[in-house]
Structures are given as C-alpha cells and as structure tokens.
Design a protein around this ligand. Sequence first.
Ligand SMILES: NC(=O)c1ccc[n+]([C@@H]2O[C@H](COP(=O)([O-])OP(=O)(O)OC[C@H]3O[C@@H](n4cnc5c(N)ncnc54)[C@H](O)[C@@H]3O)[C@@H](O)[C@H]2O)c1
Ligand SMILES: [Zn+2]
Length: 347
Amino acid sequence: LSTNQEMTIRHQNGEYAVRFLSFREIVAALPSGCRVVTDDNVFRAWGRFFGPELVVLRVPPGERSKCLRTYGRVIDWLAETGTDRLTSLAAVGGGVIGDLAGFAAATYMRGIPLIQVPTTLLAQVDSAIGGKVGINLVQGKNLLGSFYPPKAIYMASETLQTITPRHFRNGMAEVCKYGFVLDQHLARVLAGERLKPHAGNLGEIVRRCVLLKKSVVEVDELDKTGARAVLNFGHTVGHAIERAGGYRMRTHGEAISIGMAVEAELGERLGITEPGTAQEVRSVLRKQGLRTGLADWFDVAGLIALMRMDKKAERGQLGFSLLTKIGECKLVRNVPVSEVESALRSK
Ligand SMILES: NC(=O)c1ccc[n+]([C@@H]2O[C@H](COP(=O)([O-])OP(=O)(O)OC[C@H]3O[C@@H](n4cnc5c(N)ncnc54)[C@H](O)[C@@H]3O)[C@@H](O)[C@H]2O)c1
Ligand SMILES: [Zn+2]
C-alpha cells in the first residue's frame, strides 16, 4: 500500500495538512493557549499528556453529547475563557467530539481556527476528514451543521490502543468500505488477516484510508457532484438498521457491515455487481469480526419505510451506491423495492 507520512487536503478556500505523529508530538504541536475539547474517556486515557498551557473542557462521552445543550456549554466556555478569533480550538476525541467541537469552532465568532485530533479508528479514517461538522437535534441526527475545514489534522496510531474492541470494529467497517468501493488491493489485505489495534500495518492502513477519503472529498467537497456518494455504500440499508434499533442496538459500523452485505447482494440481483462479489464482501467483513446477517427480529417492511425517508432518497425513490466489482462503485437510482426486499431476506 502506498502512503505518505504527511498529506495535504485541498478545499475551495485553501488546504490543510494531515500529519501522523505520536500523541506527545501532537500535544507539542498545538499552539500555546489552545482550547481543547475532549471527553472523559479520552481524557482518562490520554489527558496526562496535556500540559498547563492548554485550556481543556471535558464533556461526557457518547453520542448524546452531540446535542444543542452541550454545544451551548462549549460555546459558553469559549466565551468565558476569553477565546478570541485567533485562538485555536482542538477537537481531541472520536467523531462525536470532532463534530461537536468542530461545529463550535465553525460558529463561535463566525469561525475560529480548528485542529482535528481524531482518536478513534472511525474518526481517523472518516469523520475528521472532509470538513463536515455538526450536531444532532431531537428530530434527527446531524440536522444542524456546516462544512468547516480544519487548519490541520493530527493523528496518532497509539490512541487506537485504548479504544474498546467494539469501537475498533466500528471503525473497521469503514476501513472495509474503502476497500470495497475504491481499493481492491486494500480489500485483498483485509481478506487475509484480522487487523488488530497493535498491528504493525495499522498506521499504514489508516493512512491509505485517509488518502482514499481525500481523493473523494477533494473532488466533491460539498457533497454535490455525486462523487462523495461512493462513501455511502452500505449506508442506505445501514442507516435504516441503525434507526430501527433506536441507535442503541447496533453501532454505525455494525449496521453498515450488514448494509454492505445486503447491498452487495442487491447489486448482484440487479446485474450491476459482478457475481461472487457479495460472497467476497461477506468474507472480508467476517474476517474482521463483523456480522453480515440481519437478525430475525428486524421487520423488513419497516426497514424499507425507513430507507424511503433517508436523506439520500429522492421523493421516496430508493437510491443506492452499489459495487460494480470490488474496488469500484456507482450511484444507482430508482431501485425496485421488491429487489431490496429480496436482498434483505437473503442470508
Ligand atoms: N463528520 C463526518 O464526516 C462524520 C463521518 C462519520 C461519522 N461521523 C460522526 O462520528 C460519530 C461517531 O464517532 P466515533 O465512532 O468515533 O464515536 P465516539 O466519538 O463516541 O467515540 C467512541 C467511544 O470511544 C471513546 N474514545 C474515543 N477515543 C478514545 C481513545 N483514544 N481511548 C479511549 N476511549 C476513546 C469515546 O469516549 C466514546 O466512548 C457520530 O456522531 C457520527 O455521526 C461524522
Ligand atoms: Zn459511515
């Protein structure tokens, strides 16, 4: 896999660097007086590295902190600590902290410099890259937000050693997705062995995924041309599974793992996906410790109804990012419901 120690991501108003460092180096690279938003779990594992020159706010861990109330707390704290337009805000944590603190940085004083320090596998390969920030409303996930590219992204592989196995698998689902939609070689590596948090090649694989996400967001920064839609493979079904379980039964990664297996099956049924691909997809996901079958208690009709309500559905028509083969993907609109049902029922 070809990767670099440092990358530059271009966007409409400039560019930012992604640097792969140790956590100690990251803290040293933060500007003095930098505001840091993190959560209690990250602080417990990595807070000892924060020196007195950093002004730190801790919020409770978990998706529930990605809300208006906690956003208000962050903004109040920025104002109370005398943060001005030139002070940087570092988001040190998983996707929740990146989205929450990123949105605070985007809006406080109409925008202050943001440094993303993603500490989960999902955040490193996905959520910290590409400039989407935001919070949830009671009416739905990610309903309030903006595009706000950071000034820099710093990440350390070592932080992945303290996340739970479940959160590691959660990120692995996205890693597998990159292989399926964009990188046949990566998919082959993932088919061969189960990736572990201590694996010597983990850093290389993370960098590869960052490079792949960079290649997509650079051509479709604002999610308008359809190029970014390839990242949605497995997500039409996955989002419905997450919602059907009230976001408590399945993590995002667990849901899209099943979603990718179902959508690969769907692609084969529609004659879009090369035969045998669904089997390969399932085998890679299982190798990485992820499940690929829908539990029996899921109500297929209910899932279909949820898919029609998906952000990506247009006027109730079902749209999917489907594989043509491993490493290639395209957007397919107006997929017949009956085919989706059959794919959901196949095990
Ligand atoms: N902005 C985007 O483009 C984008 C893309 C995908 C997902 N997301 C968002 O990302 C969020 C999910 O992110 P996530 O999976 O990282 O969840 P998360 O931020 O909740 O982190 C998962 C758990 O790991 C803990 N944790 C984080 N880093 C740790 C570390 N190094 N050591 C020990 N514990 C640690 C957290 O406290 C939390 O309990 C969702 O809100 C989702 O909407 C955003
Ligand atoms: Zn995802």
